[in-house]
Design a protein around this ligand. Structure first.
Ligand code: PLP
Length: 425
């Protein structure tokens, strides 16, 4: 089978190649378990000496096909699907970080991730330092510690929409000899492949554009296989794992060590597994990802251009607007489009924003993004509600900010709805 397909072809056909007489469409293997007749073969699978499914908390054929499709799209060496984006992020970090250790992160993260890092992981003894993304390399390096294990960032910050300077952040990670973990939810691998720009691990909330239709919660981790774990800082990958009869992941699996450990140790123990049905649905979603991302991006740019000319709008943020401070970065790292999220403020602040949202008709108010349907949200009172005023500012959120997830409807109908809602303020 040809391995170097273009991304659109991988979206449609990657991850599943039926043999003669097998179903053309990826089947839903709704089975928790798998039949064997030779105990030694099963023992070998348990020992990770042979590949094979033995229990669906660890792996399942439908889920494996979805994992392989996203792995191919990102250009990694292996992927692990999880029950949500949050569980993907949690496993991605816990796989290499434990009590008494430290990670660095940019401050412009999705609110749920910010809380996970600032509060929940802290409760388990993992310390996180958030840095303002535009700081220069030397200043960021002053926040690193001898026990820093990873740098966590988002390709496009939610909802600050700052585009990651991959060159700068991959250089910092290299200096510190730690992996760069990138949440690539907003662009998806169709618009940006972080591994090409020096990232080591990629995570997604598959719930968003990968699903694309607001049907399923899911997450995925992709291992770039491009980090040297044998640098003395990652004994969890180089030393024996007592919970796995002394296996040394790096010695046995080399560039697949990280993703093998994530599955055989953490997914096994924590159990935040993606169901076969959800994997099937996420796979169907991915089949049209390339088309949707093009249309989401095209519509978002048109809506941003419309809004910036409107007399009642005080500001618009979309990376593909030429006057946007991250326009150059978006041209460099997101050449195919800026994805479907934009933010804006209305003259009259928070109250005007609330009034505007109630005036909308076609566009709905939902806690979600990446859906085919256009939606709006007020981050300060919803997704980032737990953040203090100071942390809201650090995350790039103002009180008047409206976040729009621009869908793939006809743009004239989206603009018409915005126009009517603005005229009623
Ligand atoms: N990462 C980003 C950038 C997100 O926007 C979200 C959710 O909005 C998540 C992670 C968490 O994903 P999930 O809701 O699938 O757990």
């Amino acid at each position: 089978m040809k391995k170097n397909w273009e991304k659109a072809t991988i979206c449609v056909q990657g991850g599943y190649s039926p043999k003669i007489g097998e179903p053309r469409v990826l089947p839903i293997y709704q089975s928790t378990t798998y039949k064997y007749d030779d105990p030694d073969k099963l023992a070998n699978i348990f020992d990770l000496k042979e590949e094979g499914h033995m229990y669906s908390r660890i792996s399942n054929p439908t889920v494996a096909s979805f994992e392989e499709k996203i792995n191919q799209l990102e250009g990694g060496v292996g992927a692990l699907a999880t029950s949500s984006g949050q569980s993907a992020i949690t496993i991605a970090i816990l796989n290499i970080c434990e009590q008494g250790q430290h990670i660095l992160a940019t401050s412009t993260l999705y609110g749920g991730t910010y809380t996970l890092l600032s509060t929940t992981l802290k409760r388990y003894g993992i310390e996180v330092t958030f840095v303002e993304p535009s700081l220069d390399v030397d200043e960021i390096l002053t926040y690193a510690k001898s026990n820093t294990k990873a740098f966590f960032v988002e390709t496009i910050g939610n909802p600050a929409l700052n585009v990651l300077d991959f060159e700068k952040y991959s250089a910092i990670a290299k200096i510190l000899d730690i992996p760069l973990i990138v949440d690539n939810t907003f662009p998806t691998p169709y618009l940006c492949q972080p591994l090409k720009y020096g990232a080591n691990i990629v995570v997604h909330s598959a719930t968003k554009y990968i699903d694309g239709h607001a049907n399923n919660i899911g997450g995925i981790i992709v291992d770039g296989g491009n980090f040297n774990w044998d640098n003395g800082k990652y004994p969890e990958l180089t030393e024996p794992d007592e919970s796995y009869h002394g296996i040394r992941y790096y010695e046995q699996f080399k560039e697949k060590a990280y993703i093998t450990k994530a599955r055989s140790q953490l997914l096994r123990d924590i159990g935040c597994v993606l169901s076969p049905f959800n994997a099937f649905m996420l796979n169907v979603g991915t089949e049209t990802l390339h088309l949707r991302m093009e249309r989401h991006s095209e519509n978002a740019l048109k809506l941003a251009e419309y809004l910036k000319e409107h007399e009642k709008v005080s500001w618009v943020n979309y990376p593909k607007l030429k006057e946007n401070p991250d326009y150059e970065l978006s041209e460099k790292y997101l050449p195919l489009g800026g994805s479907g999220i934009l933010t804006f403020g209305i003259k009259g602040g928070k109250n005007a924003a609330k009034k505007f949202m109630t005036n909308l008709n076609l566009v709905s108010l939902v806690v979600h993004l990446g859906d085919a349907r256009t939606s709006v949200l007020h981050p300060a009172s919803t997704t980032h509600r737990q953040l203090s005023i100071k942390d809201l500012k650090k995350s790039g959120i103002s009180e008047d900010m409206i976040r729009v997830s621009v869908g793939i409807e006809d743009i004239s109908d989206i603009i018409d709805d915005f126009d009517k809602a603005l005229s009623l303020i």
